[in-house]
Design a protein around this ligand. Structure first.
Ligand SMILES: Nc1nc2c(ncn2[C@@H]2O[C@H](COP(=O)(O)OP(=O)(O)OP(=O)(O)O)[C@@H](O)[C@H]2O)c(=O)[nH]1
Ligand SMILES: [Mg+2]
Length: 456
């Protein structure tokens, strides 16, 4: 990235637009002196760190605003540099005036993510933590916030650095063996080395496995509600959302196109998709809707197949189950309209014990359905303490780590020489280092931080 490291950057830290206050942030060696030159009330340079100062900012004789200034001094700040935060009144005009005055006094506009990039390059956080800052800003649900916060606080970094230490231990023993190779000694006790390796492989395996959940947490889960016309799909969507979002009628073929809405269940975002009822012999427009429904059924993370328990037969559902197994990533079979049942049949024995029975109209067992949705995707795996991989860059590097580990293990089983093992171990450490940023290049950093917002 094109920083010269002697310059001081500035950006608005709060959103563009009008608010009660706006916060403008500067970071760099000159941050304090630049603002000092616009703050005639007292000398900021003489003030201790972590203090607040109220006063009028002025450029020449022109008053800019009455502001509160916070002072943080290097290295004890977010970026590790001198940092000033100016809380001014939240008018876009005032914010712009203050920023422009600071630029004339020597600051320059920050690039996206440049504050956090400086924090990373100054060793205030590793790359995993820096990336989690962006996730935290974008978090739209409790689970996304928790996963990001765990990473910001260094939870994932800790797991990785432990792994790195173990591997270095491992590699040191192997390399020691190399130094004495003429004497044909094995310093490293190969059985305990293998044990160590299995342990590391296990950790990597669990991290890789957590990525599926990580995706769910970060991006939400798409749920297609599918079924025949009049099954009550739109009614179910409305009941789940607790609002009249989709049109409901007793005319088969009411829903023509897909309707999407977001629902938060226990901190996980679900993107519910109401679809057109699937039937043959539909007219031209309806047929397009049906094609779309089938597409959603195949691509959604989860398909909820809804049917009317009063009209469906055991055979229908049996057939449907086979189709769902083949064509969906995951599915739930849900029988609707239990309020209108004529006789007290044991529905489980008719349709199968995996079928959930509800009344969308009367809100019966909707809480059970919500529970089933969350169970399907999360399986009790969300906890604030566990590390969940949410970033595909991390996932890819971990994948390479796993490959290296398995070739180390194979190599040991085949009894290959220590110098060949050492190559694989170095590769493994390299890929681990890629995740935390211990090993990084400019292009990669540019790419990662360019996705941040300006001011972070
Ligand atoms: N008794 C009863 N009727 C229901 C229930 N759920 C839906 N209905 C009725 O079933 C009819 C069809 O409901 P919709 O929600 O429009 O059905 P849909 O599956 O979206 O139908 P299409 O959009 O045509 O595919 C309406 O008259 C609803 O009031 C239920 O739980 N019990
Ligand atoms: Mg409908």
């Amino acid at each position: 990235m094109s920083t010269t490291w002697t310059d001081t950057i500035i950006a608005l830290a709060t959103p563009q637009g009008i608010g009660a206050i706006g916060v403008i942030r500067l970071s760099g060696a000159e941050a304090i002196s630049i603002v000092d030159s616009l703050f005639p009330g007292k000398s900021l340079a003489l003030q201790p760190a972590n203090t607040l100062h109220v006063g009028v900012m002025k450029e020449g004789n022109k008053a800019l605003d009455e502001v509160v200034i916070s002072i943080f001094k290097a290295p004890r700040s977010y970026t590790g540099e001198n940092v000033i935060e100016i809380s001014c009144h939240g008018s876009s005009y005032i914010q712009q005036q203050v920023i422009e005055a600071c630029i004339r006094a020597g600051a320059r506009m920050a690039n996206p993510g440049e504050f956090t990039m400086r924090a990373f390059l100054n060793g205030k956080m590793d790359l995993v933590q820096a990336e989690a800052v962006a996730d935290l800003i974008a978090a739209a649900s409790q689970s996304a916030k928790e996963a990001a916060l765990h990473q910001v606080k260094g939870g994932f970094s800790h797991v990785l650095s432990n792994m790195r230490e173990e591997l270095i231990k491992f590699s040191a023993l192997i390399e020691l063996e190399l130094d004495f190779s003429q004497e044909d000694v094995e310093f490293a006790d190969r059985t305990s080395l293998k044990k160590l390796l299995v342990q590391i492989e296990n950790t990597v395996y669990h991290l890789l496995e957590s990525f599926q959940l990580g995706n769910v947490i970060k991006n939400g889960v798409s749920v297609a509600i599918i079924g025949k016309p009049n099954a009550g799909k739109s009614t179910l969507l409305n009941t789940l959302l607790n609002e009249n979002r989709a049109i409901v009628s007793n005319i088969a073929g009411t829903t023509r196109d897909t309707v999407e809405e977001v629902l938060n269940i226990e901190g996980v975002l679900f993107r519910l998709i109401d679809t057109a009822g699937i039937r043959e012999g539909a007219d031209e427009i309806e047929a397009i809707g049906v094609e779309r429904s089938l597409e959603k059924m195949r691509t959604a993370d989860l398909a909820v197949y809804l049917f009317d328990v009063n009209t469906a037969s055991r055979e229908d559902i049996h057939q449907q189950r086979t189709l769902l197994v083949e064509q969906t990533k995951q599915y739930l079979l849900v029988g609707n309209k239990i309020d209108a049942m004529h006789q007290e049949n044991d529905m489980a024995s008719v349709f199968g014990s995996d079928v959930l029975m509800i009344s969308a109209k009367n809100n019966d067992h909707i809480d059970l359905l919500k529970q089933a949705l969350i169970e399907k995707v999360v399986c009790g795996k969300i906890s604030t303490e566990s590390t969940i991989v949410t970033n595909s860059r991390h996932f890819q590097s971990l994948h390479k780590v796993a490959e290296n580990l398995s070739s180390i293990r194979k190599g040991m089983e085949e009894g290959i020489s220590g110098d060949l093992l050492a190559i694989d171990i170095r590769q493994c450490l390299y890929h681990l280092g890629e995740i935390t940023g211990a090993i990084s290049n400019e292009d990669q950093l540019d790419f990662i931080f360019s996705k941040f917002c300006i001011g972070k």
